[in-house]
Each structure stands twice: as structure tokens, then as C-alpha cells.
Design a protein around this ligand. Sequence first.
Ligand code: CUA
Length: 351
Amino acid sequence: MRVSTAHVPSCLIIAAWIACGAFGVDAAPVCAPTSEAQLQSTSILTPVSPPAREIQSLAALVVGICAAIFIVVEGALLWAIIRYRRRAGERGEPVQVFGSNPIELAWTVIPLVIVFVLALATVRTIKDVQRTEPPEGALAVDVIGHQWWWEYRIADEKGGAAVVTANELIVPVGRPVWLRLASADVIHSWWVPALNGKTDLVPGRFNNTWFEAEKAGTYLGQCAEYCGTQHANMLLRVRAVDEAQFESWRRAQTAPAREDPSFAAGRAVFLRLACMNCHAIDGSSAGAFGPNLTHLMSRETIAAGMAPLNRDTLRAWLVDPQQLKPGCNMPSLQLTDPELDALVDYLSSLH
Ligand code: CUA
């Protein structure tokens, strides 16, 4: 039977997490990601980036300390209930304790020490996770949240053309990535649990966060701030590849759109209808309300990660986007079958 973490009750995940982390058990064989499927989980238990790892260690420390407090307090309670229970023949109140210095010191000093330790550990984690300056040699990426998709822009340090893409971010393994986050409409939150904690995208300001994927793989995430009807379908997908693959992806993304005369009919449909007002295809249109489609087919998914991208899903999307993603800003364009075919042919040619 195949089990996806999405169906495992969260109490089991927490229990497994406590077993793996909080008590200092070497968790490698149980918790370490071993397959692509596990890398794709959105669990916070499989960090592959320094900030995510620090957040996990801090959380494990907090859970560990709380578990120890629980065991000590509940243990003392049970012991007192059993040891000092009323026995046959006993009458009246037991001896009352007032003003015991050792007891009062114990319940004051021990919690103080615990809070102090937790505060120190938290401050250290916050300092590492919320950097104010980009890490050395970081790849700078602008992230813009839209209802309900993600826009990514990667400027070229050497002054070349910038990458402008949507929903799927490709990054090099082992190199820090410095995100500058902004919103085009409402508050969103960028959260890929394996890479870092949540960072909000707030209209009118820029926030920063960073991560460094230590292993190649696809890391999934989710908008983590309620942003409207399709908040749940504002999915994140970060693919970490080696530096050479990243550079070839970057080159391909900055190349001009493919212009094949055999798809001229579809291109004409695109330019004649409302498509071009919202979507950019380099050389043909400059719309900026929807995802840039210049290299549409280089992506794996459509509708911000809701479905795999192929001719069938693309066609279904064009027939009526509201079927797949009710409430999204793209209307059904009421295309005829020949128009649809031509448009699908054209868009499918945009690699
Ligand atoms: Cu964007 Cu929730």
C-alpha cells in the first residue's frame, strides 16, 4: 500500500518527530530523505537547508523540554496522589506546608532557567534564519505573490536578460539563494518547509529570506497566509539542480520565444484575444497580470502546481480555467474548437 504523508494523522507525525529528534535519537535511518518521493514531501521533518535545519532543531529542543516538564510534573502529581492518598482510618487535613524556601526557590529558579535557555536558543535561530544581508555568493531571486500564483525574477549578475518565470523555481544545489519577496495584491506567505520557515509577502514592502538546498531534488510548499478563494491552490515548487543544469536552464529561459511559422494560426489567436493583455510572450506581448508564457512548456505543472502541464491539461484550462481553479482571474475565452487547437499547438511549442 502506498502511503502519502498527507494522509498520516498529524499526531503520528509529531510522535515520530519526537522519537526522531527531541530525544536525541540518531534519526538518519528513519527520518532522512531517501527517495525523490520523500524529498517532495512538505514535512518539516526532512530539512535540507541550513535555516530549515535550525528551525527543526529549535522545535525539537522546545518539544523535548516540554516533554521533560510534562513527565516530571505529571510524575510528581501521580506520585503524590498515590503516596499521600487517604488511607483507612485517617481523618482531617494532612499537614499543610507554608513558606518553604527550598520549594519556592525550586519553582521559581527552574522555570527561569528553562525560559532563559529557550530564549537564547530562539534568538540564535532567529538571527541565523532572518538574515539582513544576503549570504556570500548568493543567487538573488525576486518573488512576487499574485492571487494565486508565484512570479520569479532572476536578474543576471553580468547584466544579461533576466529570467521571468512562474510557480517553479530552479536553483543550484549548494549555493545560497536570497529571496526578495513582494506582493502584487494581498498578503501571501512563501513556505517550503524543507528549505526555510514562512516569510510573508506584504503589499508595499519587501521582505527577505534565504535557503540553500543541500541535495538535488524537488521541494514542495504552499502559500501559508490566507489570500482568497484559491489560497489552498497556490502551490510552491523549488527544484534544486547542479550548477551546470542551472546555468543551462537560465540560458534557455532568457532565450527569445520560439517563433515557428507553422504555429502562426495559434499565435494569431493569442494576439487577437484577451490573452496578450495579461500574459507576456517575449517578442509578442508584454502583459504582466498573469504568468509569463515565453517558456511555458519548460514547466512541469499548470495553475500554480495544481495539475501536470501537458496538452490535455492546457486545453482543459483554456476551455474554462474556472473548472480547475474556481475564482481565478482568468476567464473562459469561449474559444471555438479550431481556435483551441491552434492555441494549444502554439502554446505547446513554447519550450
Ligand atoms: Cu497566497 Cu495564500
